[in-house]
Ligand binder design. Structure first.
Ligand SMILES: Cc1cc2nc3c(=O)[nH]c(=O)nc-3n(C[C@H](O)[C@H](O)[C@H](O)COP(=O)(O)OP(=O)(O)OC[C@H]3O[C@@H](n4cnc5c(N)ncnc54)[C@H](O)[C@@H]3O)c2cc1C
Length: 371
């Protein structure tokens, strides 16, 4: 059993760590306070090749899943907001184009999206359909050779800045399908921006479709859920890596704080109660990392991975919340002040318990997968 990273994997991790350290982390607080999407950083992430990591050459770089989760962790260590927006683009925002787009669309949308010059969003959730996506009511009808979509989508990451949308819609009683709708399509309008508790630099809004023409259907009618299942494990692993990155940032900051903060004549890291917090945080971080890398490794080996990815996501996000909570306890009143990052970590990490399937849904999936 070999737990070491390859030279390539270490190089990917180091590249994204340096980038996050120099360009992302110093701006994370301000971006959160201003709830501002950093388009320039998004482009820089594109220049680093992040958006094409999971796509084969020559369009992407064909990196393995372990390298991908390492990159996601480092970006999330810098800022979960930035990492969430970028990770969405690297998978759900572009995956359906990769899988189904023809030559013209690949050149016009997919290639620039991989460079970070165009932004793709995914519209699945609706006001009355979250965990249960089979309950969506957005409809697609084919008229004169064009698919037209009507319905309301919500919680769409990057919608306010997106150039194109992958939209999940009903094409029959039991038939669900994905469509490409471009931002300038008549009938597509952005709803209100959602003012969020966390990941505030990753913009989110509602999207309304009123007889909006799709550029094309992505896949065959009725193939939607099957397509979604193809990337579900990776979406979950990506979300787990987001949780790991922000939790690691909280842990590292808490350690530094505990050595610098003095009470009763000594640094607080000399008190056993604080040491116990740090120890539990270290154990949970390591356990989350092992689960994520084990699942990523299985994916790279072509082994079944649905349940393992769900386990990694469930554990990493729940552990991430506990770790950020412990960091807040160690930093006490300073952790409660908006000017320090501890409160941001705690707000941000909560996103990882929702996106990619809630913990309740994951437990159901995992239990089913055991039988
Ligand atoms: C920051 C952010 C960004 C997002 N970005 C996107 C995006 O880009 N595109 C997109 O389409 N969506 C996006 N979402 C939406 C996200 O995918 C949904 O929020 C998620 O699927 C959960 O749906 P819901 O919030 O409607 O909760 P619900 O499904 O209403 O669940 C409410 C509660 O009931 C529980 N529950 C539901 N069903 C069951 C069950 N069968 N058994 C036990 N418990 C159950 C849930 O676990 C939860 O605790 C985003 C969400 C957030 C917070």
């Amino acid at each position: 059993m070999d737990f070491s990273l390859s030279d390539e994997q270490r190089a990917v991790r180091d590249t994204f760590h340096r980038f996050a350290e120099r360009e992302v982390r110093p701006r994370a607080q301000a971006l959160d306070e201003e709830a501002r999407f950093p388009r320039d950083l998004f482009r820089r992430v594109g220049e680093l090749g992040f958006f094409g990591m999971r796509y084969p050459e020559p369009e992407g770089s064909g990196a393995d899943v372990i390298s991908y989760v390492l990159a996601v962790e480092e970006l999330a260590w810098g800022s979960l907001s930035v990492a969430a927006a970028c990770s969405m683009q690297s998978l759900m925002g572009t995956w359906f184009l990769h899988r189904f787009a023809d030559g013209e669309l690949r050149e016009r949308l997919f290639a620039p999206a991989l460079r970070g010059e165009r932004i793709g969003a995914i519209c699945m959730t609706e006001p009355d359909a979250g965990s249960d996506l089979t309950a969506i009511t957005t409809r697609a009808e084919q008229r004169n050779g064009t698919w037209r979509l009507s319905g309301s989508k919500t919680w769409v990451t990057s919608a306010p800045v997106a150039d194109f949308f992958t939209v999940f819609a009903r094409t029959g009683e039991k038939e669900l399908s994905f469509f490409l709708v471009e931002s300038e399509a008549p009938g597509l309008t952005l709803g209100r921006d959602i003012d969020k508790l966390g990941v505030r630099a990753s913009p989110t809004s509602e999207v309304a479709l009123d007889d909006a023409p799709a550029t094309c259907i992505l896949g065959a009618p009725g193939q939607g859920l099957e397509c979604l299942r193809e990337i579900l494990a990776e979406i979950r692993l990506m979300t787990a890596a987001l949780a790991l990155g922000v939790a690691r940032a909280a842990f590292e900051d808490a350690r530094v704080y505990a050595t610098e903060r003095r009470q009763f004549g000594r640094p607080i890291d000399q008190f056993q109660a604080v040491q116990a917090h740090l120890a539990e945080m270290a154990v949970e971080l390591e356990a989350a990392r092992r689960l994520i890398h084990w699942s990523a490794w299985r994916s790279d080996q072509g082994l079944p991975n649905a349940n393992e990815a769900a386990m990694a996501k469930l554990f990493a996000s729940e552990a991430g919340l506990r770790i950020c909570e412990r960091a807040a306890r160690i930093s006490a009143s300073y952790g409660y002040a908006v000017e320090y990052s501890f409160q941001r970590y705690l707000r941000d990490v909560r996103f990882t318990l929702i996106g990619g399937g809630t913990s309740e849904i994951l437990r159901i999936n995992i239990a089913k997968g055991l039988s």
